[in-house]
Unconditional design. Structure first.
Length: 397
């Protein structure tokens, strides 16, 4: 918004009832709001201009004195909020007072706004509200730059979910030690929502919430489900918050068991092992042969603490190395692996000396026997082959 903004326009654009009263407290707060919203390191306002805005804003039309404005600015610059810096004009200059440091820098606000704009599990209204809140933390001159400099992939998003509410209810249920009731939906081929049937044949699930987890761009609630039949094995679920409908805290106490306690303790470790929160529950230590051209994808998936060992070059001049990764086998893991073709392969451990070389010597996998590492390889290979066969089955003559 590089065009000149008049003091009357500034007064109209201030939020809520800020500055409507003519008392000292209202004047001080409104002065801070004016400096934060209409000044930055490149744009300043004089005490006279700030006084004009206050006069236009005040319902009684009272014009504050310039000395009182200067005293307020001095108080704000010396005793103001920790995240705010007010710069006074240098002697002999008339470029006005400036808010040179706000809650967020331009770069921080731009990054956060673009993250929100591409967040796939919040509604359009929630997205707009969050962006407006972030924009309000920088001056009006910076707002147009923030939203106008970057092209964002803003794909159509769902219109129904209230992720905030679902997260609040889940957190409250965990805090109170109560079960949580909710409906869970999926999107059919018609593009519409359909409710999954609950174990009792109805539509409401009544489950024990374990923890809220943010992973791989999605927000999940890990739960321990009801047991319709004690003879059936039970396992936890990762419920997508954007698919939860009508959440509420139940009067029923949450379940308590060794399995649930183990799940709570193992969350930080398990998040790094699963792909899109899916896994078979068994830790597998796998050696992956990675082409150098795919190393960026490996770091993005497993983190930058990854260490490659036995780096070499093949006959075609392609550099490759081996990574020791801990994963849980699942279709999502195989889909990730398949996407790289031969550039990332599950490798068979060569020998006991080979698996303990370099940085791998301190890896948790070294507490396992060589035979168990071979078993992990065979299980992963067998699962991958089955996954590929199933994918190719429709094309077989």
């Amino acid at each position: 918004m590089e065009n000149v903004i008049t003091t009357e326009e500034m007064a109209e654009m201030l939020p809520g009832s800020l500055g409507k009263q003519d008392d000292a407290r209202s004047r001080l707060l409104c002065t801070l709001g004016i400096l934060m919203q209409y000044t930055d390191s490149d744009h300043g306002l004089t005490a006279t201009e700030i006084r004009d805005v206050l006069e236009s804003r005040c319902e009684s039309g009272k014009r504050p004195s310039e000395p009182s404005i200067l005293a307020d600015i001095k108080a704000l610059s010396e005793y103001g909020l920790p995240a705010i810096d007010i710069e006074r004009p240098a002697r002999g200059k008339s470029d006005g007072f400036k808010c040179t440091k706000a809650f967020l820098t331009n770069a921080q606000a731009r990054l956060l706004i673009n993250i929100v704009r591409t967040c796939k599990f919040i509604t359009l209204d929630e997205c707009l509200q969050l962006c407006e809140a972030l924009e309000s933390l920088v001056s009006v001159y910076q707002q147009d730059r923030i939203v106008g400099e970057v092209f964002v992939d803003e794909r159509p998003r769902p219109s129904e979910p209230d992720v905030y509410h679902a997260a609040d209810v889940a957190a409250q249920s965990i805090e109170l030690g109560k079960k949580m009731g909710f409906e869970y939906c999926y999107y059919g081929l018609d593009g519409k929502e359909h409710l999954l049937p609950a174990p009792d044949g109805g539509s409401e699930f009544q489950e024990t919430p374990i923890a809220l987890i943010f992973s791989n761009g999605n927000y999940y609630l890990e739960t321990w489900p009801e047991s319709p039949n004690e003879n059936l094995s039970r396992k936890h679920f990762s419920r997508r918050l954007d698919r939860i409908r009508n959440p509420h805290v139940l009067d029923t106490d949450a379940e308590s068991s060794k399995e649930i306690d183990t799940l709570k303790r193992s969350i930080p470790r398990r998040i790094g092992q699963t792909f899109d929160m899916y896994g078979d529950g068994t830790e597998r230590h796998l050696f992956l042969k990675v082409n150098a051209l795919a190393s960026n994808n490996v770091f993005a998936r497993f983190g930058h603490a990854c260490k490659f060992e036995n780096v070499a070059t093949d006959d075609a001049g392609n550099e490759y190395g081996y990574l020791l990764a801990t994963v849980q086998l699942s279709p999502t893991f195989y889909r990730w692996l398949c996407g790289f073709g031969s550039m990332i392969q599950i490798a068979r451990p060569v020998s006991e000396l080979w698996v303990s070389s370099g940085s791998w010597a301190k890896h948790p996998a070294m507490k396992r026997s060589f035979e168990s590492l071979l078993e992990d390889y065979e299980a992963a290979k067998e699962g991958y082959v089955c996954h590929l066969k199933e994918a190719l089955s429709p094309y077989e003559a």
